[in-house]
Design a protein around this ligand. Structure first.
Ligand code: FES
Length: 101
């Protein structure tokens, strides 16, 4: 049964930045773009860099190592079959909740 898990307070995910959280052993990058929160798998499908440390522009995060870009909401990559997983997110009582399963 899938359920939302409390990830972190919204105040810990600054506007235009990413934050790494571990949810049930899954490394998840949470992003805040214009006050909208989203979550994708943290590890780049190229060589495993932490996407939470990437620069965000126009709804996409650029991998800090070699610049592959991923949509912060859908995990879609510009290369075929290289998407990262995206996760459902909700905000309640100033906390971000993520569903990893
Ligand atoms: S590790 Fe992400 S682009 Fe190379």
């Amino acid at each position: 049964m899938s359920e939302f898990i409390k990830a972190c307070p919204t105040s810990q995910v600054k506007e235009g930045e990413g934050k790494l959280v571990s949810i049930e052993g899954v490394p998840v990058a949470i992003f805040n773009v214009n006050g909208e929160y989203s979550a994708i798998h943290n590890l780049c499908t190229h060589q495993g860099a932490p996407l939470c440390e990437g620069h965000i522009d126009d709804g996409k995060v650029a991998c800090p190592w070699h610049g592959w870009e991923f949509d912060v909401k859908t995990g879609e990559c510009q290369f075929p079959n290289k998407n990262v997983k995206s996760f459902d997110v909700k905000v309640e009582d100033d906390y971000v909740f993520v569903k990893v399963k």
